[in-house]
Design a protein around this ligand. Structure first.
Ligand code: ZN
Length: 304
């Protein structure tokens, strides 16, 4: 087996880190300088992205995962935040997978955006193309975009998968029009679910290399970007319940996708009015306290 790749802190470049937790093959450490929690060392297939073009692709193309991703409710929060800051223009979605975000953007606001997606995983891009999305294949940091510039570049649940997230943000910085925006969303390491579940949480797993808090995400972007808005969104009580009971047993990709599909169906159901009202209220309260599942930040290049 190829040797695992050793990393510096992806946020501050620090070399000192202490053990944080271990779960199966996954080793998480905590940077002594900035507090960032990250996987170290990392298997080469995750570091290079090769995993997503091989084993990972089946998950992103499973019928349950596609149904969940393409459900109108799936990117509701992301679309609302995006639309507020970028009402029109050229948009690049990095790590677009099967293209669902761009599909919804085009469908809901026809003619307002020119959209491109990029990913390292070939098969999901084939699917995106079948849905009318224009895609570019390969590693974002090595791609030639010619003279193309974007009004906004989005990273929905991508930075946590990257061995060097700062490189991706630096590359995005070179591709924005003056005043252009970068929008990122990552899991929140200080969420209620992460606090309650610790290593039991299903999202503590080998595909996630970086575990951001609001503070460490701010620190990652602070060098070059101004934060226009930070939001804390999403809450899935069913996952907390399931992961608590399973004691951190590995969740298969099929189970992961099937639960996403079921919770998406619940969110779309017209019959569960009071339950949904309670759910929305708890998501809002958790979000206000920065205890919800994800952190989203809208970034503008400084001096642009
Ligand atoms: Zn650090």
């Amino acid at each position: 087996m190829p040797a695992a790749i050793s990393r510096l802190c992806p946020v501050c470049g620090g070399t000192g880190a202490v053990r944080f937790l271990e779960k199966g093959e996954l080793r998480l450490v905590r940077c002594e300088r900035c507090g960032m929690i990250f996987a170290n060392p990392v298997p080469p297939a995750y570091a290079s992205g090769e995993f997503y073009d091989t084993e990972g692709a089946a998950y992103y193309l499973s019928p349950a995962k596609l149904a969940s991703d393409y459900a109108p409710v799936r990117f509701e929060r992301e679309l609302r935040l995006f639309r507020k800051h970028c009402p029109r223009g050229a948009v690049l979605d990095v790590g677009c997978s099967s293209g669902a975000f761009l599909y919804q953007l085009n469908r809901r606001f026809p003619g307002d955006y020119q959209t491109h997606g990029t990913d390292v995983s070939g098969a999901p891009l084939d699917y995106a193309e079948s849905q009318g999305i224009t895609v570019r294949r390969g590693n974002f940091t090595e791609m030639d975009f010619g003279a193309q510039r974007y009004s906004a570049i989005t990273f929905w649940a991508v930075l946590e998968h990257l061995p060097e997230p700062a490189q991706f943000l630096d590359r995005a910085a070179t591709l924005l029009e003056p005043g252009g925006l970068c929008v990122v969303l990552v899991p929140n390491q200080r969420s209620l679910a992460a606090r309650l579940l610790g290593a039991r949480y299903r999202y503590v797993y080998p595909q996630h290399l970086n575990y951001f808090t609001r503070q460490t995400l701010r620190r990652l972007v602070a060098r070059r970007w101004d934060v226009v808005e930070t939001r804390c969104t999403h809450f899935n009580p069913v996952i907390i319940w399931q992961d608590w009971r399973s004691h951190g047993r590995e969740v298969s990709n099929a189970d992961r996708a099937s639960l996403l599909q079921r919770t998406t169906a619940i969110k779309q159901s017209r019959w569960l009015g009071p339950v949904k009202a309670a759910y929305r209220w708890s998501e809002r309260v958790l979000g206000t306290c920065f205890l919800a599942d994800n952190l989203a930040m809208v970034l503008r290049l400084r001096n642009s």
